[in-house]
Design a protein around this ligand. Structure first.
Ligand SMILES: N[C@@H](CCC(=O)N[C@@H](CS)C(=O)NCC(=O)O)C(=O)O
Length: 210
């Protein structure tokens, strides 16, 4: 059985949501954040960086949410993945990696300089650059979602689980993005939030938010 190491309000909600969508059993180990919002040091005993998510499967410990989702989907018959011979494979891979590589990289910068950590000069050009760069990514995503129902095509896949987490930060109290600027992302979020698997996954991952 897979052990999922979950830090409250973190990317590890992706793993819980995936396990619920797939209907797989898992051993859930929960950790609260420190008052500094960092992960507790005990997570470093599982893997040295101590970031969430992490999973253990037998003797294998895996970090990085994208790698974890690929590991789980591929180990379970490819459900919620897209096969290499499918015409949607390229899009699937693109969004699986875009989520952390391009989207989160920009949104996290925006979050950190935009008020999450105090002490950043409000006149710093870095803030304007971070906002502009996030808006550019959001515009791109909105244009893509104007053309397809889900990120990889007409079916819900693990790429949606990767991408959906990004919108939490975008809509959160620091970025406070005006989502009316992105109507296709907004419609997509409403569709995903109506999924029973999403609702169950989030209720398990973030019970204090419910
Ligand atoms: N790219 C990594 C990011 C991992 C990461 O930074 N996780 C955050 C939670 S969302 C974390 O553990 N933060 C607590 C800390 O840095 O101490 C992934 O997708 O798994």
């Amino acid at each position: 059985m897979i052990t999922v190491y979950h830090l409250e309000n973190s990317r590890s909600e992706r793993v819980i949501w995936l396990m619920e969508e797939l209907g797989l059993p898992y051993d859930l180990q929960r950790f609260d954040r420190e008052p500094t919002m960092m992960a507790p040091d005990v997570l470093k005993t599982i893997s040295p960086l101590g970031k969430a998510p992490m999973i253990r499967h037998g003797d294998t410990v895996i970090i990085e949410s994208g790698a974890i989702l690929e590991y789980i989907t591929n180990r379970h018959g490819g459900r919620l993945a897209v096969g290499v011979n499918s015409p949607d494979y390229g899009r699937y891979l693109q969004w699986m990696h875009f989520a952390e590589g391009s989207a989160m990289a920009r949104f996290i910068l925006n979050l950190f300089v935009g008020g999450y950590f105090p002490g950043v000069d409000p006149d710093s050009p870095l803030i304007g650059m971070a906002k502009q760069s996030s808006a550019q990514v959001l515009q791109f995503i909105d244009g893509e979602l104007a053309q397809t129902s889900y990120f990889a095509g007409s079916e819900f896949t693990a790429a949606d689980i990767m991408m959906m987490y990004c919108f939490g930060i975008v809509r959160g109290p620091i970025m406070k993005t005006d989502m009316t600027l992105y109507p296709h992302i907004s419609a997509y979020i409403a569709k995903i939030e109506a999924r029973p698997g999403y609702q169950k996954g989030m209720a398990i991952a973030n019970p204090k938010k419910a």
